[in-house]
Design a protein around this ligand. Structure first.
Ligand code: PRP
Length: 183
């Protein structure tokens, strides 16, 4: 099978992770999660919108040994308070996380502000455990210390799109992760 079954978007300067690389890494993450949560019930929480495509593949890479449930949240940063990382919950969980094992799924961790605030909010609801799985990690861009337990790929400080990630809501549908050509 070709590495990328569609032609690369002209706005993409370089493909960082093609379909094969993504599939392989997500399979590895799924196997790791299956080992770590075998015999347990796991509430997998996707952070909309960016996590959608990664979460969809990740869920299908988790084995029968885990009793998987899914839920979603949507958050947005308050305008003008980015430096504090305060988030506003736009769509809340439908499931009650108290006493449950939770896995928050993200497409990317950048400054770390979104996830440090979101995980603090979720921990207040007393889950039995709470870990984070992100497809991409821009480690060098942190404004607050945050270390996700499960990471697909560490990436440099480049503007990436595709596989759920957008620029101005565009490019989310691209089946690969690529660096956006600067206008
Ligand atoms: C992206 C991403 C994370 C956040 C990471 O979401 O999905 O939620 O930014 O950035 P941070 O570590 O600097 O806080 P975005 O606000 O772009 O929304 P989206 O998921 O709808 O694309």
């Amino acid at each position: 099978m070709a590495a990328t079954s569609v032609s690369v978007h002209p706005d993409v300067r370089k493909v960082l992770f093609d379909e094969d690389a993504l599939r392989l890494r997500i399979r590895e993450l799924g196997a790791q999660l299956t080992r770590d949560y075998a015999g347990r019930r796991l509430l997998v929480v996707g952070v909309l919108k960016g996590s959608l495509i990664f979460m969809s593949d990740l869920l299908r890479a988790i084995g029968n040994e885990v009793d998987v449930h899914m839920d979603f949240v949507a958050v947005s940063s308050y305008a003008g308070t980015a430096s504090t990382g305060t988030i506003r919950v736009l769509l809340d969980l439908r499931e009650n996380p108290e006493g449950r094992d939770m896995l928050v799924v993200e497409d990317i961790v950048d400054t770390g502000l979104t996830l440090s605030s979101l995980t603090e909010t979720l921990r207040a609801r007393r889950p039995a455990s709470l870990e984070v799985c992100t497809l991409l990690d821009k480690v060098e861009c942190r404004k607050t210390p945050f270390t996700p337990k499960y990471v697909g790929f560490k990436i440099p400080n480049e503007f990436v799109v595709g596989f759920g990630l957008d620029y101005d809501e565009r490019y989310r549908q691209l089946p690969y992760v690529g660096i956006l050509r600067t206008p």
